[in-house]
Design a protein around this ligand. Structure first.
Ligand SMILES: Cc1cc2nc3c(=O)[nH]c(=O)nc-3n(C[C@H](O)[C@H](O)[C@H](O)COP(=O)(O)O)c2cc1C
Length: 288
């Protein structure tokens, strides 16, 4: 076990967190800080070190050791997927601090077969926004779950996992966030994509990259719409004004630190629609 007496955890724009600070930190923030520190202090560093492009710092992985130690001291379970991932990196870092040689047995990516590529292209180019749904045909919960899982798989800035979901099937509740789409809201489910601002304040990212919070929500939304399409459902992003978001937040009783970013509607498509096409790639390119 590493000596953690003098270890502190780096914070952007403030004093480092001490063990005492971590003992008081909100659960959700402490866990996010664990993922962020594994990401920035081990995951991003270890490969250049193994490739001989960087020197290993003497405190390699120690910040995460301290956070995990506090987490366990506070009696919380450390068997979640994110902890399992973090611990793999911590084990490697510990071995490297001890001067042991480590090898990572992960396969390199290989190109998709033609068949696999055809599925990917089908998904990207056949997905479309759907705004007209079959009435009285709810989306099964199992499909909603698959869509949410696709959102969970989306990338997240600094691995902070700040995105949160609310599923609304009730018409009255849906009305609180429904945007300017002229369709009947009782024919689809709404997935409200929110983010937890406490996490960014903990790591100091709200000062540096606050926009990443919205990007995280957008990445999740895109993954979810693709999954809805693959399931044979129709989905659409719905824009949300600040006024609507605030009304929803208040009426739905969301805490002050949960912000709504956008929402998507998902249902069974009532009518085939002509897929929108894009401007040519050459016109999307900015060149000097
Ligand atoms: C950020 C964003 C906001 C959007 N907001 C709305 C919206 O409020 N209402 C709507 O009907 N469609 C909305 N859409 C869907 C777009 O209209 C749609 O993606 C675009 O017309 C291209 O069509 P496609 O999705 O069928 O390829 C939104 C899409 C994005 C990416």
């Amino acid at each position: 076990m590493a000596n953690l007496d003098r270890v502190t955890v780096f914070r952007i724009g403030g004093d480092d967190y001490t063990r005492a600070d971590l003992m008081k930190m909100e659960l959700v923030c402490l866990r996010a800080l664990f993922r962020e520190r594994v990401h920035h202090t081990i995951e991003v560093e270890i490969y250049p070190i193994l490739l001989g492009r960087k020197k290993m710092p003497s405190n390699f992985g120690l910040q995460t050791e301290l956070i995990l130690d506090v987490w366990k001291a506070r009696g919380f379970a450390d068997d979640g997927e994110d902890f399992q991932w973090g611990k793999k990196y911590m084990e490697l870092a510990a071995k490297m601090r001890a001067g042991e040689k480590v090898e990572i047995e992960e396969a390199l990516p290989t190109p998709f077969t033609d068949e696999e590529m055809a599925v990917v292209c089908k998904l990207f180019w056949e997905r479309r926004s759907v705004r007209d749904w079959v009435p009285d045909k709810p989306v099964p919960d199992a499909m909603i779950e698959q869509i949410l899982e696709a959102g969970r798989a989306a990338p997240t800035g600094c691995n902070l996992d700040i995105v949160r979901f609310i599923v609304i099937k009730d018409t009255k509740e849906a009305k609180m966030v429904w945007s300017d789409i002229p369709t009947h809201m009782d024919q689809c489910a709404l997935i409200i994509i929110c983010y937890d601002t406490r996490v960014y304040e903990t790591v100091g990212h709200h000062k540096l990259v606050p926009h990443n919070m919205l990007f995280d929500a957008a990445a999740a939304a895109d993954h979810m719409c693709l999954m809805a399409h693959a399931l044979g459902l129709g989905a659409v992003w719905l824009s949300c004004t600040e006024k609507t978001a605030n009304t929803f937040k208040k009426k739905y009783g969301l805490p002050e630190y949960i912000n709504q970013a956008l929402h998507i509607a998902v249902g069974w498509t009532a009518i085939g629609s002509i897929k929108s096409l894009r401007m040519p790639l050459s016109e999307m390119m900015i060149t000097r």
